[in-house]
Structures are given as structure tokens and as C-alpha cells.
Design a protein around this ligand. Structure first.
Ligand code: RIB
Ligand code: CA
Length: 313
């Protein structure tokens, strides 16, 4: 195996974030340098606890977890308790974390790590609103050239929005932050709703989590039982979309996914479209490509990978 890939996960746990963190911790191809928490699905006071609960569930109290921004750059915070529950990890009752929260601000950890590690050697995996990444880029513009790649869950094009008719939640919460990230000139891989809505936890897939017979398997099944109610009712779908783990799965097996290198701009001033990812899928604008925008996934392959890796915890 080649050297493990160094990553930092920026997150707003959220049950699907939690599964992404578990997948990363279960995968020897990944060297998780740290987890930076941001306000999103639930306030920062909860996301910074939830990230540590997940690390302890995985038996990894050694992971460095940092608290970051508690609100978007310019707007009031919008949360998603209606999807994730009051705690953000409703469905399973995990104990309060014992492992410490690191003292540094998430943005400072991002800056210090990127300045220390060899240029291009660190991948940022962003699975919540992009406030921490944008704050780091504004405080230290020099880090843009040092980031190997940003793999993010966010946006939508053919699938349209999930928090407004035009916008996906992570982008909608902090469109100004997203505009900074999408305009930073860093290689981007974007997992939009177009692809995550094809990674549905159907009943057989949920049963496979439960059949692991482990605390991790039971917890992931319980989280899914909880947060699938929202999507199944709204979309009449056969299961909940596992949004955030698509980013880690892309790092592990990019061949499970297809997409296009296209231009993606962020709407920050729309009356009805603020937070929209304006994805030039048909390349009509002539604007330079700035992202690999994923459109499809081998869902069976994705769930086989995920379930096998979870069995290792
Ligand atoms: O729109 C889905 C995204 O918003 C996921 O990252 C989910 O965790 C929420 O943050
Ligand atoms: Ca998330």
C-alpha cells in the first residue's frame, strides 16, 4: 500500500457526518490528522461534542478534535434539527465525550497543519458549511497553494435544493464561505445531491449494518432509522441518502463515482436562489472548470465498501 493519505475532516455531525468519520477511521489508506467542527446541522456546542462521541464509539479517543466557527461569515446560522434531531445524533444515545477538545481554533489548526506539512500532501474533506475553511483561507491566503485537494459534500444541480428549491444545506448556510472556497483555485471534488441522493440506505443495506453485530453497526443502523424518516417522507424514497460518506468513499475508490470537470459558481445575491451551486454541466459559459462535479455512483459498490469497513471497528 502506498503512504496513507493525510486528511482533515471539517464537519457538523449530523448522523451522516458521523458515518463518514467512522469510514475514515476504519480505513488504513487514510491518516486522519484532525477533525475540525463547525456550526451547521446543530450549533457548534453540539457538533464539537458529537465529533468526539463518534471518535470514542470507534475506539479512537486519540483523534485531535477542534472547535471552529459558531456561525456563518455574514449570515445568521441556519440549523437542521428537523432532519438530525435536537442533538444532531438522534437515534442513538451515546455517552458524553471524555476525550479532550483541542485548545486551538479550527481555522488555526488548518493553517498550522497546511504550513507544516509538505505542499499538496493534505486533503481537506469538508462535509458541513464551509465557514472554517473560508476563515482559514482569509486569515492565511498562502495556504491555498498548499492544499492538495478539497473533497466536499455540497451543492446540487439536476437534483435541485434540499433546504430551498435552489440550494443544498451546506452551501446555503454560508454561501459567502462557499464562494471563497470555490474561488480559491484549489483542486475541488464536489459530491452534490445529484450523487448523494443515489446513495440511499435501502432496507437491505440497513439490515446489513445491523447484521454486523457490533456496537458500531447497531449505532449506524439506529442513526439511519432516525434520520431516514425525513427524506423518505419528503422524497417518497426507499431510504435515506448517506451524503457525507460519499466524500471518504471517493478518496478510497474514486472509480465508484463519475462526474465532470466543470465550472461551478456560488450564488450569493439571489432573491430566490442564494446558496445555489450554478454548475455549468453543459459547459455553455466558457468559464474555466474549477471542480470535478460528481453525478453518479455505483451504490451497491459504495455500500459494500462502507459496510465492510464498518465491520473493522
Ligand atoms: O445537504 C446535506 C448536507 O447537509 C450533509 O452534509 C448533512 O450532514 C448536512 O450537513
Ligand atoms: Ca454534514
Amino acid at each position: 500500500m502506498s503512504q496513507p493519505r493525510k486528511i482533515i475532516i471539517d464537519t457538523d455531525p449530523g448522523q451522516d457526518d458521523a458515518v463518514a468519520i467512522l469510514l475514515a477511521l476504519a480505513s488504513p489508506e487514510i491518516d486522519l490528522l484532525g477533525i475540525t467542527c463547525v456550526a451547521g446541522n446543530v450549533p457548534l456546542a453540539l457538533t464539537r461534542d458529537n465529533a468526539r462521541k463518534v471518535c470514542e464509539l470507534a475506539g479512537r479517543p486519540d483523534v485531535k478534535v477542534f472547535a471552529g466557527c459558531d456561525r456563518p461569515l455574514e449570515r445568521a446560522l441556519v440549523t437542521a434539527e428537523h432532519v438530525h434531531g435536537k442533538t444532531g445524533l438522534d437515534g442513538a444515545d451515546l455517552p458524553a465525550p471524555k476525550m479532550p477538545l483541542q485548545g486551538a481554533h479550527a481555522a488555526d489548526f488548518l493553517i498550522e497543519t497546511l504550513r507544516r506539512e509538505p505542499p499538496g500532501s493534505v486533503t481537506l474533506v469538508a462535509i458541513g458549511p464551509l465557514t472554517n475553511l473560508a476563515t482559514a483561507l482569509r486569515r492565511a491566503p498562502d495556504i491555498a497553494a498548499r492544499i492538495g485537494r478539497i473533497v466536499l459534500m455540497g451543492g446540487a444541480y439536476f437534483e435541485v435544493g434540499n433546504i430551498t428549491p435552489a440550494a443544498e444545506f451546506n452551501i446555503y448556510v454560508d454561501p459567502e464561505a462557499a464562494a471563497i472556497v470555490f474561488g480559491a483555485g484549489v483542486p475541488l471534488v464536489v459530491a452534490p445531491l445529484d450523487v448523494t441522493h443515489k446513495a440511499l440506505v435501502t432496507a437491505p443495506r440497513l439490515a446489513a449494518f445491523r447484521a454486523l453485530g457490533t456496537e458500531v453497526g447497531a449505532t449506524v443502523a439506529a442513526w439511519t432509522d432516525f434520520f431516514e424518516r425525513f427524506d423518505k417522507e419528503k422524497y417518497a424514497s426507499p431510504g435515506a441518502p448517506l451524503h457525507d460518506p460519499c466524500t471518504i468513499a471517493w478518496l478510497l475508490h474514486p472509480d465508484l463515482f463519475t462526474g465532470r470537470e466543470i465550472n461551478v459558481e456560488i450564488e450569493t445575491a439571489g432573491t430566490h436562489t442564494t446558496g445555489m451551486t450554478v454548475a455549468d454541466w453543459w459547459r455553455v459559459t466558457g468559464r474555466p472548470a474549477n471542480a470535478l462535479f460528481l453525478g453518479d455512483v455505483d451504490a451497491d459498490g459504495f455500500f459494500s465498501l462502507l459496510t465492510e469497513r464498518l465491520s473493522r471497528l
